[in-house]
Design a protein around this ligand. Structure first.
Ligand SMILES: CC(C)(COP(=O)(O)OP(=O)(O)OC[C@H]1O[C@@H](n2cnc3c(N)ncnc32)[C@H](O)[C@@H]1OP(=O)(O)O)[C@@H](O)C(=O)NCCC(=O)NCCS
Length: 137
């Protein structure tokens, strides 16, 4: 578990240039919600919401200074185990088509594409598809 302050700081660092970071109050609200599970360490964190037997990965972020050292891969493993312990049978997520680091992470971690939302994310000059992915836990 990490504090809302630490989560907001890491989120801002990891998503710099990719839109608005989530604020401390937003993390505090999320952490208080039923079914929301967070795993974290100084270098990064992952957040999921479990509803019945389905979990949704809400976000995962690693400090740019600590990327490519396996933190996200192990955070994802930890959050999958935590979600499964709460009864989730599947983990769902959405990722932007142009987010090659995250897509690489999810594919390497056993997630498979199940669909797309065309033009879901707005960028400065274009719209980008959201890719929907799922993994059985
Ligand atoms: C995506 C993110 C969480 C990955 O964190 P990380 O700790 O660097 O990832 P890991 O070191 O655990 O990498 C695991 C695997 O993911 C893939 N991967 C990670 N970064 C990658 C990159 N920049 N390009 C291609 N593949 C990448 C690789 O397969 C990697 O395995 P390898 O290093 O053995 O090749 C990190 O880049 C990040 O915080 N990005 C900004 C936030 C974000 O986009 N979150 C996801 C939103 S859907």
């Amino acid at each position: 578990m990490i504090s809302p302050e630490a989560a907001a700081r890491l989120h801002g660092l990891a998503f710099a240039g990719q839109g608005r970071g989530w604020r401390v109050a937003e993390f505090a609200d999320l952490f208080a919600q039923r079914g929301v599970v967070c795993v974290g360490r100084p270098e990064g964190f992952a957040l999921t919401r479990v509803i019945a037997d389905e979990a949704e990965l809400l976000t995962i972020a690693v400090d740019p200074e600590a990327q490519r050292q396996g933190h996200a891969r192990s955070l994802l493993g930890e959050i999958e185990m935590a979600a499964a312990a709460q009864g989730a049978a599947q983990m769902f997520l959405e990722v932007a088509d142009d987010n090659l680091a995250a897509r690489g992470l999810y594919t390497a971690s056993g997630y498979a594409e199940t669909g797309r939302r065309p033009g879901y994310y707005e960028r400065a000059t274009a719209r980008v598809d959201a890719i929907l992915m799922v993994k059985a836990l």
